[in-house]
Design a protein around this ligand. Structure first.
Ligand code: SF4
Length: 206
């Protein structure tokens, strides 16, 4: 079977404390099933300027920071866009970088169960942006179905354990409130989430 290509949008090096433990490199890929109103990457995603790269090509580009990753417990964070659209790529990348690098994926979980299962085999930590746990708010902000995210989250917690899942809960200007943000956090705790990150979206300039 042909090795999958990663639709590379950008590489951002030497990040600390933003998207995973230790020193990380954020590797952003194209494509996303959602249509979030305040998406800061929307224009980039729509321009479709991604460069398809193999796992080996990507590994060569990020290999220079190997010592930083190993010394700090960091590694690569796959983002986007929706990182799990590239789930089949992760195992190929893992085969090259070995277990010494920590691999994280930023995801909305608005993807098929199959992609979540595939990613769970290679990803150390999932950073889930849940948007909002209220179905109506979720749909009006993303155009998507909250139940898909919630079902995938239940599955993921069971499959990899709560320690490997961080759920980010945003306050979304014009769409939810600090109160509904707290309600979402409470529901997530009921689902078994132990690592929560409440934060505010910054509305991009239009
Ligand atoms: S999930 Fe992320 S990348 Fe996708 S539309 Fe929403 S904010 Fe943008």
């Amino acid at each position: 079977m042909e090795a999958p290509l990663f639709p590379l949008l950008s590489i951002s090096r030497h990040r600390m404390g933003i998207d995973g433990r230790g020193v990380t490199t954020l590797v952003a890929g194209a494509g996303c099933p959602l249509q979030c109103r305040w998406c800061i990457n929307r224009r980039l995603l729509e321009r479709n300027e991604a460069e398809p790269v193999t796992a080996r090509e990507l590994y060569k580009r990020v290999q220079g920071d190997d010592l930083y990753y190993r010394a700090t417990g960091g590694g690569i964070t796959f983002g986007g866009g929706e990182a799990l659209l590239q789930a089949a790529f992760f195992a190929h990348f893992r085969a090259l970088c070995g277990d010494g690098w920590r691999l994280c994926a930023e995801t909305s979980l608005a993807v098929s169960r199959e992609l979540v299962e595939t990613a769970a085999e290679s990803i150390d930590e999932f950073i889930v942006d849940c948007k909002d746990m209220d179905e109506a708010v979720y749909h009006s902000y993303t155009g998507g179905d909250e139940k898909i995210m919630e079902d995938n989250l239940r599955f993921l917690l069971k499959r990899v354990g709560a320690d490997r899942v961080v759920v980010r809960v945003p306050r979304i200007p014009e769409y939810n409130t600090a109160e509904s943000q707290k309600r979402s956090a409470a529901r997530l705790k009921d689902l078994g989430v132990t690592r929560l990150d409440l934060f505010d979206y910054v509305r991009p300039k239009e």
